[in-house]
Ligand binder design. Structure first.
Ligand SMILES: *Cc1c(COP(=O)(O)O)cnc(C)c1O
Length: 421
């Protein structure tokens, strides 16, 4: 599937001409294609939780749920994401609430809205979930998030095997099993393991996911309860602001089936639900960022193209160290030249690409187009930093504009009797 053709009304450059820059365009047809592909790589019956963190845009998350074929469920981690999920029509029963710092306030809100499935990151987190469930007279189904002591392969982002705020250390499960399984207001429904992100290589992905299934089988024995839902994580990959295509995993289904046959044979008869989770794979290639050139200058022989989209608009998280520094590519159907693509912010960190190929002879008023920017865009950027307006976000489908919105940030008074609640 390709982006809407140049010259059509919903082509990114055309929308940018009409509505200005910086502009994100999300092609919902591509979102649906990614969803169909991901379900296609998995054994029949697998569930997919969409990690709202990647992009909580309501039209995008609605496209992941509605329509033909199996739809996604929601993996959320805040009341903001909860609101987006509910607005997009996800029932509470299709929502998994995760995160290492769940407050009583957000647990109350989630349970009041019908959420019944939580990932518990520690015994104390599990206890908090149970307290709030009891207040509401319900039992919360909890997935114990496991921080596995072992990993099968090296991937770019590691969250397991080391000390971390995420999950229960796998080696401690035998000694705390009884306590984990007897927290009032909770029922240990299953496990949640998430050990990698963005595994381009199919063998690495299969290695990690099948290892996860083995770890889950061991944990089930340690707990001594029959689990009902295994969320084995993800790692499905798509280029990030680079040209290219979503990864393909043609061997994944058979590998998962044989690992499950060995470790959870009851899966064949529906004895345990299975799930993966994914953010970037489902949303990444739907997005195109169009930035306007505001100035071009040369400094000591190097060309700088200054655009109106910086790390306040895209890639702002990379400064935090968990993501690689952003280095975008721009689309070019003409001759190119080397330049640094920088944003408008008053910090040398506002660099989208150092010495990259850009269309030759860019001048103020031109636009550059950055592909594969549907995941980790505005909501993972420094939207507030230096006070520029948020980018405009257009959702398009079938050649039609579905919505045109912008995230507004305003300072509002906090009612003083509620401050600090
Ligand atoms: C961030 C995150 C995801 C999504 O990761 P992607 O690389 O975008 O697929 C899934 N699960 C958990 C627990 C996460 O923290």
């Amino acid at each position: 599937m390709t982006a809407p053709a140049e010259g059509t009304a919903t082509a990114p450059a055309e929308l940018a001409r009409r509505y200005g820059t910086p502009l994100y365009v999300y092609d919902l047809d591509r979102v649906r294609a990614a969803r169909q592909d991901l379900f296609g790589w998995l054994p029949a019956g697998f569930e997919v939780f969409y990690a709202f963190k990647a992009n909580p845009h309501v039209d995008l998350v609605r496209a992941l749920r509605d329509g033909e074929g199996p739809g996604c469920k929601a993996e959320i981690s805040s009341t903001g994401e909860l609101a987006a999920a509910l607005e997009a029509g996800y029932p509470g029963s299709d929502i998994l609430y995760t995160g290492p710092g769940k407050t009583y306030g957000e647990l109350r809100e989630a349970i009041a809205c019908g959420v019944r499935t939580f990932s518990a990151e520690s015994l104390s987190d599990l206890t908090h979930i149970g307290e709030v469930a009891l207040e509401h007279g319900v039992v919360a189904d909890c997935l114990l998030r496991i921080n596995s002591a072992t990993a099968s392969a090296t991937t770019s982002i590691r969250m397991t095997g080391t000390p971390t705020q995420f999950g229960i250390d796998s080696e401690t499960v035998p000694e705390i099993a009884e306590r984990l399984c007897s927290v009032p207001g909770t029922s240990v429904a299953g496990l949640h393991l998430f050990s990698q992100s963005n595994a381009r290589d199919e063998a690495a992905l299969i290695g990690e996911l099948t290892h996860t299934i083995e770890v889950a089988a061991q944990i089930e024995r340690d707990l001594g309860v029959e689990l009902r839902l295994l969320d084995i994580g993800g790692g499905f990959s798509v280029p990030y602001a680079q040209l290219g295509e979503r990864a393909r995993y043609p061997g994944l289904r058979a590998a998962l089936e044989s690992s499950l046959d060995e470790h959870f044979p009851r899966w064949r008869t529906g004895g345990v639900r299975l799930a993966v989770e994914s953010g970037r794979y489902l949303s990444g290639d739907s997005g195109t960022l169009v930035a306007g050139v505001t100035n071009v200058k040369v400094s000591r022989g190097k060309k700088f193209v200054i655009v109106d989209a910086g790390i306040n608009t895209f890639g702002g998280m990379s400064g935090l160290g968990r993501l690689l520094p952003v280095s975008v590519q721009v689309e070019a159907d003409t001759e190119t030249e080397k330049a640094s693509l920088v944003g408008p912010l008053c910090t040398p960190g506002d660099m989208l690409g150092r010495g990259i190929e850009v269309p030759a002879g860019l001048a103020p008023g031109d636009v550059v187009t950055i592909p594969n920017t549907g995941a980790y865009g505005p909501t993972s950027s420094l939207l507030m930093f230096l006070g520029r307006p948020s980018p405009t976000e257009a959702a398009v489908s079938g050649g039609e504009l579905v919505s045109l919105t912008r995230i507004e940030r305003t300072r509002t008074p906090v009612p003083q009797e509620r401050a600090g609640e």
